[in-house]
Write a protein that binds this ligand. Structure first.
Ligand code: ADP
Ligand code: MG
Length: 586
């Protein structure tokens, strides 16, 4: 075929595809325009999950009548005058293509009246063509109506998710903006139901409940930090509250939502080993910095940014989150759990194995190892100044899962699996860090080497990680394009099926997007330990129980497992006396 210029409608639909992917993208662009217009109040109305109608009304500055047709022209903006200004953008919009894009894939109506005009104007655009412009009575501000989104792009319609999913995306998006702009009043209705309403009184905590629900909002920790030019505010979850994905960890930079994996890593590092592998905190952080220190012109959706000094931003975020975590858990010790004996019908969760009905407060304050937060990411170390456990006298095992021990100050309940994980973790890390250049880790050679076949992506990953695996005591070699030959495994994993052991590790690589080697390694080791540790429900001999206690006493961070869960609960004599009504009033 000869080369031809694309007809304008096709070109603009292609361009629109970059910005307007789904109903939520329309909502985002319209919200940003309202914010840029200085709105104090923004109302959003959604019908048909955004396919039938998206209407955003604001009380901002409005659009002058003569500018109205320009607003829907591509590359027409009131927010940018020169190329230099591109490097210090202080508005959310600047590309001048959102309205043009929306206009080319929907039926668009804009009604606007600047406060100083007596009468408003209404502009209609269909499939990118202006169809009418007429005077109308209208309140000051702007109303943008987007109807029948993608009516002329059937391919795009097919890719939309279930209505419920699209609606949820819109809820989530608007709520995040409401939190980012607490001084603006937001009102969102979906299918005639109010799904968000904020007061615009400037208090973020109030909006937080809308984002996470009241229970979660109550325990979220506030982040407030200012270091020279970088401000970090927002909320993060305590270590007791995590999610299985990083989706609920979001960032705004100078008032715009951004996706930046390195910011996620910064937050994860601040939590250090306090989170289980594969668990993520939730939170929302607002970074403020001078506009010239961040390039927002990276991607049409403006969701990616480039920081001029990314390591400063990284460490600033890490420190800010760390500070919030430490402020919350002032004592590096397992605090006294609020134990309540709740007999009667209202009994809480009864442990089916023990019949015991202990209720612990949802928030067992966790030990936060005091890791120095340096400018540069440091490899994980195990030698943190951490309270050791006292010498313990074994009492026995209960529910085939917990050890009961007595210490100088009361009773200790020890989670055998978590404790064993901690012990293995420290042994393995020590082995690996202290290994003499020529000494080899404790290795179990296999009598018969085992072949393991992996899918191509996993095989590629594994090949990259072979040197690390060798340091840990695996002897694995490529055996054809996707197969590997396992000749030896770390002694700690000797009891496991070697193929299963290797597959577990590969799974971990796949999930692991962290660019930081040290963190990836620590997580890998933690993953091995999780597999190798004795399980809950495993009956241990008295010998084994005693050995476990002794090993735990020797650990440098005995009170949490490598994933951050407590290994033990301490019930002090004092607490017991109170519970039995021997002391104090209750
Ligand atoms: P951009 O926001 O990048 O400038 P848009 O296509 O989103 O591009 O909007 C084009 C122009 O239309 C804006 O620059 C602004 O002047 C005007 N505009 C859009 N929405 C509004 C609004 N809600 N209130 C006032 N002006 C608006
Ligand atoms: Mg815009």
């Amino acid at each position: 075929m000869p080369i031809r210029l694309l007809p304008p409608e096709v070109a603009s639909q292609i361009a629109a595809g970059e910005v307007i992917e789904r109903p939520a993208s329309v909502v985002k662009e319209l919200l940003e325009n309202a914010v840029d217009a200085g709105a104090r109040s923004i109302a959003i109305k959604i019908e048909g999950a955004g396919r039938r109608l998206i209407e955003v009304s604001d009380d901002g500055v409005g659009i002058e009548p003569e500018d109205l047709p320009l607003a829907v022209a591509r590359h027409a903006t009131s927010k940018l005058n020169s190329a230099e200004e591109l490097f210090r953008i202080s508005t959310l919009g600047f590309r001048g293509e959102a309205l043009a894009s929306i206009a080319s894939v929907s039926r668009l109506t804009i009604t606007s009246r600047p406060a100083h005009q007596d009468i408003g104007r209404r502009l209609r655009v269909e499939g990118g063509q202006v169809s009418s412009l007429e005077p109308v009575g209208a309140p000051a501000g702007t109303v943008v109506r987007v109807e029948d989104l993608f009516y002329n792009v059937p391919a795009r319609l097919k890719f939309l998710k279930h209505e419920a999913t699209e609606r949820r995306q819109i809820d989530w998006l608007v709520t995040q903006y409401a939190l980012a702009y607490p001084q603006i009043r937001f009102h969102l209705s979906q299918e005639d139901r109010i799904s968000l309403q904020t007061s615009g009184n400037g208090y973020r905590r109030e909006v937080l409940a809308a984002l996470y629900g009241a229970d979660v909002a109550r325990i979220m920790l506030e982040v407030v930090a200012q270091e020279e030019w970088l401000g970090v505010t927002g909320f993060i979850s305590p270590t007791t509250l995590t999610r299985s994905s990083r989706r609920e960890l979001s960032f705004f930079v100078n008032g715009r939502p951004v996706h930046d994996p390195s910011l996620v890593v910064a937050v994860m590092q601040a939590y250090h080993t306090l989170l289980m592998v594969g668990r993520y905190p939730l939170g929302i952080l607002f970074l403020e910095m001078p506009p010239e220190t961040v390039d927002v012109n990276v991607h049409p959706t403006k969701a990616e940014v480039r920081f001029r000094d990314s390591s400063r931003v990284f460490s600033g975020v890490q420190r800010a989150v760390r500070k919030a975590l430490l402020a919350h858990t002032s004592m590096p010790e397992i605090g006294k759990p609020t134990v309540r004996w709740s007999g009667g019908l209202e009994a809480g969760k009864r442990d089916s194995k023990t019949g015991l009905d202990w209720q612990f407060s949802a928030e067992v304050p966790q030990a936060v190892p005091k890791v120095p937060v340096a400018d540069e990411p440091k490899p994980a170390t195990v030698s943190q100044p951490f309270p050791r456990v006292p010498i313990l006298r074994l009492v026995g095992q209960i529910a085939a899962s917990y050890l009961v021990a007595e210490g100088p100050d009361g009773l200790y309940l020890i989670d055998q699996h978590a404790a064993h994980e901690r012990i293995l973790y420290e042994k393995l890390i020590a082995q690996w860090h202290n290994a003499e250049p020529n000494s080899s880790p404790l290795v179990q050679m296999l009598l018969h080497p085992v072949t393991v076949e992996l899918p191509p992506a996993a095989a590629g990953l594994l090949t990259e990680k072979l040197p690390l695996l060798e340091q840990l005591g695996f002897q694995v070699e490529p055996f054809g394009p996707k197969a590997f030959l396992v000749r030896a495994v770390p002694q700690l994993l000797a009891s496991m099926d070697p193929a299963a052991a290797l597959k577990v590790l590969v799974e971990d690589f796949e999930e692991d997007e962290t660019p930081l080697q040290s963190e990836a390694e620590a997580r890998l080791v933690a993953r091995i330990c999780k597999r190798a540790a004795v399980k809950a429900g495993q009956v241990l001999s008295a010998e084994e129980q005693r050995a476990l206690l002794a090993d735990l006493e020797a650990c440098s961070s005995p009170r949490t497992c490598p994933h951050g869960r407590p290994t033990m609960i301490h019930l002090s004599v004092d607490l017991l006396e109170r519970q039995f009504g021997r002391k104090g009033a209750r």
